[in-house]
Design a protein around this ligand. Structure first.
Ligand code: ATP
Ligand code: MG
Ligand code: MG
Ligand code: MG
Length: 554
């Protein structure tokens, strides 16, 4: 694609469309084009090699799963609309697997009867379907996506701990081989259940997750975990900012009441709502700035920070000037944390049509139901273990390993016999990794203004071989064909551009696709038996002898 796609708002999504990695079929559903599929396969290979090396065994479970299993585990009712349900022609209930704990536990209870067969760790690389409320950022948050998921079963805690650590190390090796800058952090377990878990986050400004880590110590957790572990909510913070769940109450008054803010004419409370539900709160109005600075805003006990229009724009992606009828004389009052929250909850993509031309009193039918969160951890706090100050970073969750305990094995009666012939409920772990999401994460960390810069182990091809004037020049055709054949013989993966296009077009496409090496064969160089060579990250190409140029790749 020559143009920037209009509906893509993170760089990886743009580049994946432009470079011909993916195409969208419908919201959250993507076709992997030939170039993209090669990348996906490389990632899968790395994952398989590292998983196999730990002794885990690959299998493949169905996407469609019978409801009975989910009723057994108690999750049929618990799973919300994210789980897609369907009926077969006999009106039996099924779902499209959002995850596979039930299926693997069912397999286990049918097949494994004795402690002697433990521990076992099974994994698959399989399609998952989650009807995400707000699919976005391309394959980063899709509805149909590929996950590597592994499930282990153990006779005792010691055995479990060893495998959990092994999986932790395995994930670190996989991401290191992919040349990603990542952090492993403590995390909550969500609706997978169980107790402890660790998330693997790839660092990226566009990431939806916030990582909290110690400047000078080992502490690292995701924000939810850090919040949960913090001693107490900061009352002031909870007044200044809240995350509001599903729409129900529709009045400013109701929200203000919940927030303990006085809904008088001097305070207008704007709730920035992402489609996913969470919102941030921006206060505005014509207040006595000094009073507010001193913390005298009605209902707000903590001094607020002030933002200029430019800062609001930067934090929320929305110009304050577009926020409806504005008194331009008075600066907006924005709780900086709220703006930051809006930014990370909604990305830079807080739909501006929320905001343009609205009449605050009438149209801002603010929708709120339940205040479920308030920030009680901020940058600069001392880490829980006392070692270092807390800092925040944005990340993309690419992997998540869980300690499930006996939640599923107990609920589903997946017992085995121990050495005394007694019933033993195995301890389980599960280990997920977002294979398709990883492709986007890799691009977030590996691109420049002109396109993708694939790390060598993941590049769909190693070499972009460009022949200029291939159709008309016999010399170019002969030399380029010969190089191509040599690559085949040497096992160098080569993308051969012999199209009848202008050099500029070919160079731009090569940069966009981002293969590690580029060779250009043209008439001018061939006069001296030379071609041009450069790596993707080199500024300029160098002249190289036709005979030795492939040495750069071997
Ligand atoms: P998220 O918090 O981003 O919704 P999750 O915590 O729901 O992810 P898990 O249940 O932990 O996801 O699944 C394991 C992995 O699957 C995640 O770490 C992520 O890499 C990947 N994944 C989850 N949901 C999606 C999705 N909608 N699109 C692409 N990959 C996903
Ligand atoms: Mg999720
Ligand atoms: Mg998560
Ligand atoms: Mg997770």
């Amino acid at each position: 694609m020559k143009q920037d796609p209009a509906d893509a708002d993170v760089i990886s999504h743009k580049l994946m469309l432009r470079a011909g990695i993916i195409r969208q079929l419908a919201s959250g559903l993507y076709t992997w084009l030939p170039l993209g599929l090669r990348v996906l396969r490389k990632i899968e290979t790395i994952i398989r090699q590292e998983m196999d090396a730990t002794g885990a065994q690959e299998l493949l479970m169905p996407v469609v799963q019978p409801a009975e299993l989910w009723q057994d585990s108690g999750r049929w009712e618990k799973m919300g609309p994210e789980m897609a349900r369907l009926q077969d022609r006999h009106e039996r209930d099924f779902c499209l697997g959002p995850t596979h704990e039930e299926v693997i536990t069912d397999l286990f209870r049918r097949e494994i009867q004795s402690y002697k067969e433990l521990p076992v760790n099974f994994y698959q690389i399989q399609t998952k379907f989650r009807d995400e409320r707000r699919p976005r950022f391309g394959v980063m948050r899709a509805r149909e996506f590929t996950m590597k998921d592994a499930y282990s079963f153990h006779a005792d805690q010691e055995s479990f701990d060893a495998t959990y650590q092994e999986m932790y190390n395995c994930y670190s090796r996989i991401l290191t081989r992919m040349q990603l800058d990542f952090r492993a952090v403590e995390a909550d377990s969500g609706n997978i259940g169980g107790s402890n878990s660790h998330e693997f986050n790839v660092l990226a400004a566009s990431g939806e997750d916030t990582i909290v880590y110690a400047s000078n110590g080992p502490y690292a957790a995701n924000i939810e975990k850090a919040e949960a572990a913090a001693p107490a909510a900061r009352p002031a913070a909870s007044q200044n900012m809240a995350v509001v769940d599903t729409p129900e109450d529709k009045t400013i008054a109701a929200i203000c009441q919940r927030l303990n803010i006085t809904p008088d004419t001097t305070v207008k409370t704007l709730l920035v709502r992402g489609e996913e539900g969470p919102i941030a709160i921006i206060l505005r109005g014509d207040h006595d700035l000094n009073e507010i600075k001193a913390g005298k805003l009605p209902g707000i006990s903590q001094p607020l920070s002030f933002c200029t229009d430019a800062e609001i724009k930067k934090a929320t992606g929305v110009s304050a000037g577009s926020l409806g009828p504005v008194n331009a004389q008075v600066p907006y009052l924005v709780d900086r944390e709220a703006a930051a929250l809006a930014d990370f909850v909604c990305g830079a993509n807080i739909e501006s049509q929320h905001f343009t031309g609205v009449n605050w009193e009438r149209d801002c039918a603010l929708e709120a139901h339940q205040i479920v969160d308030a920030r009680n951890v901020v940058e600069g706090d001392t880490a829980p273990d006392g070692q270092g100050e807390l800092r925040f970073l944005k990340g993309i969750e690419v992997g998540h390993i869980f300690q499930l305990g006996t939640v599923y094995s107990a609920a589903m009666d997946a017992n085995v016999l121990d050495k005394d012939g007694h019933s033993l409920t195995p301890i389980m772990g599960c280990y997920g990794m977002g294979v398709t999401r990883l492709v986007a994460a890799v691009i977030e960390q590996n691109h420049d203004d002109n396109g993708i810069c694939w790390p060598t182990p993941l590049a769909p091809f190693q070499l972009h071989l460009i022949a200029l004037n291939y159709q008309k020049s016999d010399a170019v055709k002969a030399a380029a064909d010969d190089l191509y054949d040599k690559c085949q013989a040497l096992g160098i993966e080569v993308l051969f551009d012999e199209r009848d296009e202008r050099p500029g077009v070919k160079f731009a496409d090569a940069d966009l696709i981002g293969l590690p090496h580029r060779i250009v064969v043209g008439d001018r160089g061939l006069k001296n038996n030379c071609v041009e060579y450069k790596t993707r990250r080199d500024e300029k190409a160098t002249e190289c002898s036709l005979d030795t140029v492939l040495d750069n790749l071997t």
